[in-house]
Design a protein around this ligand. Structure first.
Ligand code: ADP
Ligand code: MG
Length: 311
């Protein structure tokens, strides 16, 4: 299947400064892709190029088979974009704001009203439809923003830092809403964030951005593997009888049986690095060799560890 979003050698320079460097990403229809990285990494710049709002210095971005630079209007028809700072008319109600936006999109008033009401229900604001937006919480405004971009039935939605300023409960609810929309309706989602732990549950895949460079992409496991090589899991084992010779016997056993890529002996403990979670076969082979285990600790690397390493 053709990717619905494709970035090829996408580059943005501001003078001598490279904000986005030779970016290559393909996103499939229905995927939730997270563009992750610290402030200044180049996430917003990438999004602006995808929307045709700023021109790449080199390379291309295609969205729904349209070249974003050459056909920005077509792209805008298919893409709903939620910027990091969205504005509404505070002295109008949520419903009035939505109807207004629908009218701007050339939707006749009657249909606009019906659609706005439906969308408010879909984003969980049906009880606040007639409340002025000025009284909405940040979380409610984000939901209204989502309703706003859904009005034109986009096949792709792009959200720049959608969890910014939300409280933990609001973040969870908003991401669940995005997840539901994507999985139930096949909407492709590209979201950016500098908070890994917040978004990692909802992203099918992520791309990790540092200083304009994509340093790794994939699902969390692939990402951990590519960054930590064959060492995405670390198992720490203490034996009941932890003589040096016993530890060395096990070390050789695990390496020979290809259960571990690396085994170190540190302060009378075995530190075992392996790619998949080989805990069960490793424990089995130790027990089968007639050793008793006193202590076992498994650590698998996640996005936070990746993040720690780079930022
Ligand atoms: P992010 O969204 O990941 O925080 P941005 O894409 O906003 O990062 O910015 C990436 C880098 O490009 C930053 O160093 C920023 O200062 C710089 N930058 C962004 N827009 C401009 C601009 N219009 N002119 C010059 N530099 C810019
Ligand atoms: Mg940004």
């Amino acid at each position: 299947m053709k990717p619905i979003i494709k970035l090829k050698n996408l580059t943005k320079k501001y003078g001598d400064f490279i904000a986005v460097n030779n970016l290559n990403i393909e996103i499939k229809k229905g995927e939730i892709f997270g563009l992750l990285g610290p402030n200044g990494a180049g996430k917003s710049t990438t999004i602006l190029m995808l929307l045709g709002l700023t021109e790449p210095s080199n390379g291309n971005a295609w969205v729904c088979n349209y070249n974003a630079t050459k056909n920005p209007i077509e792209v805008k028809k298919h893409v709903g974009y939620l910027p990091d700072n969205l504005g509404f008319y505070n002295n109008r109600t949520g419903l009035e704001n939505l109807i207004y936006i629908a009218r701007l999109n050339n939707i006749p008033t009657e249909i606009a009203t019906k659609k706005a009401k439906e969308l408010l229900t879909r984003v969980g604001l049906d009880n606040n439809a007639n409340q002025k937006v000025g009284t909405y919480s940040r979380g409610m405004k984000q939901r209204l923003g989502l309703a706003d971009i859904l009005i034109k039935n986009p096949s792709v939605i792009i959200l720049d830092e959608p969890t910014l300023g939300l409280d933990p409960k609001g973040i969870k609810e908003f991401l669940q809403l995005i997840y539901k929309l994507s999985k139930e309706e096949g909407i492709t989602v590209l979201l950016s964030s500098h908070h890994l732990h917040q978004v990692q549950q909802v992203c099918d895949r992520v791309g990790l951005f540092v200083d304009g460079n994509l340093i790794a992409q994939g699902d969390i496991n692939t990402l951990a593997k590519s960054i930590f090589n064959e060492e995405s899991h670390t198992i720490e084992i203490k034996l009941k009888e932890n003589h040096e010779s016993n530890l060395n016997t096990i070390k050789n056993l695990l390496i020979q049986n290809k259960l571990a890529s690396k085994v170190s002996i540190i302060s009378e403990k075995l530190i075992i690095n392996c790619s998949d979670d080989n805990t069960t076969p490793i424990v089995k082979s130790i027990v089968n060799a007639n050793f008793n285990i006193n202590h076992l600790h498994v650590k698998s690397y996640g996005l936070d560890d990746i993040y720690q390493r780079y930022f």
